[in-house]
Design a protein around this ligand. Structure first.
Ligand SMILES: N=C(N)NCCCCNCCCN
Ligand SMILES: [Mn+2]
Ligand SMILES: [Mn+2]
Length: 287
């Protein structure tokens, strides 16, 4: 199956299936058109896939080998340089096309900066958006751009999708007020706990779209990211939340965004690759 606007890249090293037969479909969006501070998220998808070569496909604590699961990798999307809106539209169109041929597929989008998340969310139309992020991303506009990475949660909330944001330690007064007004719940990284996560996510309607902006993690684990912030979450805190979500809610799609870097073996990509394997492994336990 050929998708418009995609091209072949380095793939995962284990046997893959075609997107028609896959439960998980990986696509990369190498975009950094609105990045604020540290450039390089255009290399994110390649860095993450390359970092997976370091990992065992067997997940010790699940007793499951993700190499045995039906995974497809449809390569990277040809982005429109500097055009976040146009790029997100391409992502949306590709995911819509994928869902027409394989309605059961779970798209896994590898960014790319966070602006690209609007694409899968528009395509999949979840009832709720659960996001791990150091930032609220609730600005109406940033640098005169409604589609800047700092506005993505705002655009998603305007679609009438319920939201909960975890691991936050950066935002403006206006963003906090907007969240209050729209009943968007969020938990500061300082106050984060598994119980706080469950309490806020439990009442959310399904299906749920899960987005991880890699900057949610402690800075030491993710030094190469678009807008780095000290004081983030630990790896297992995010994995435990992900496991709860997989067990208790229908998940319609997943992404990992904001992985930057210019060198193979970057710690940030290794963190992202491990997270990717855990997502697939946790979802794979249900198959
Ligand atoms: N959602 C985000 N990633 N927001 C961060 C945007 C960049 C804020 N720089 C502010 C610098 C003020 N001196
Ligand atoms: Mn973000
Ligand atoms: Mn962020």
């Amino acid at each position: 199956m050929e998708f418009l606007h995609t091209y072949d890249t380095l793939k995962l090293e284990f046997p893959l299936v075609g997107p028609e037969n896959a439960k998980f479909v990986i696509l990369g969006v190498p975009f950094d058109g609105t990045t604020s501070y540290k450039p390089g998220t255009r290399f994110g998808p390649t860095l993450i896939r390359q970092a997976t070569l370091n990992l065992e496909s067997y997940i010790l604590d699940y007793g499951i080998d993700i190499a045995e699961l039906p995974i497809a990798d449809i390569g990277d999307i040809a982005v429109i340089a500097g055009d976040a809106k146009g790029t997100a539209k391409r992502v949306r169109e590709i995911i819509e096309e994928l869902k027409r041929t394989n309605p059961d597929a779970i798209p896994i989008t590898l960014g790319g900066e966070h602006s690209i998340t609007l694409g899968p969310v528009e395509a999949l139309k979840p009832a709720s958006y659960v996001v791990f992020d150091a930032h609220l991303d609730l600005r109406d506009q940033y640098e005169d751009n409604l589609y800047n990475h700092a506005c993505v949660a705002r655009r998603i909330s305007e679609l009438g999708i319920r939201e909960a944001i975890f691991g936050v330690r950066s935002g403006t007064r206006e963003e906090v007020e907007y969240a209050e007004e729209k009943s968007i719940t969020w938990v500061h990284a300082r106050d984060y706990s598994f119980d706080a996560f469950v309490e806020l996510v439990k009442p959310l309607p399904e299906p749920v779209y899960l987005s991880v902006d890699i900057d949610v993690f402690d800075l030491s684990m993710v030094p190469s990211t678009g807008t780095p912030e000290a004081g983030g979450l630990r790896f297992w805190e995010v994995i435990e939340a992900l496991e709860w979500l997989v067990e208790n809610k229908k998940i319609t799609g997943f992404d990992i965004t904001e992985v930057a870097g210019t060198e193979l073996g970057d710690v940030t990509a290794l963190t992202a690759a491990k997270l990717l394997f855990y997502f697939i492994g946790a979802m794979g336990r249900d198959i």
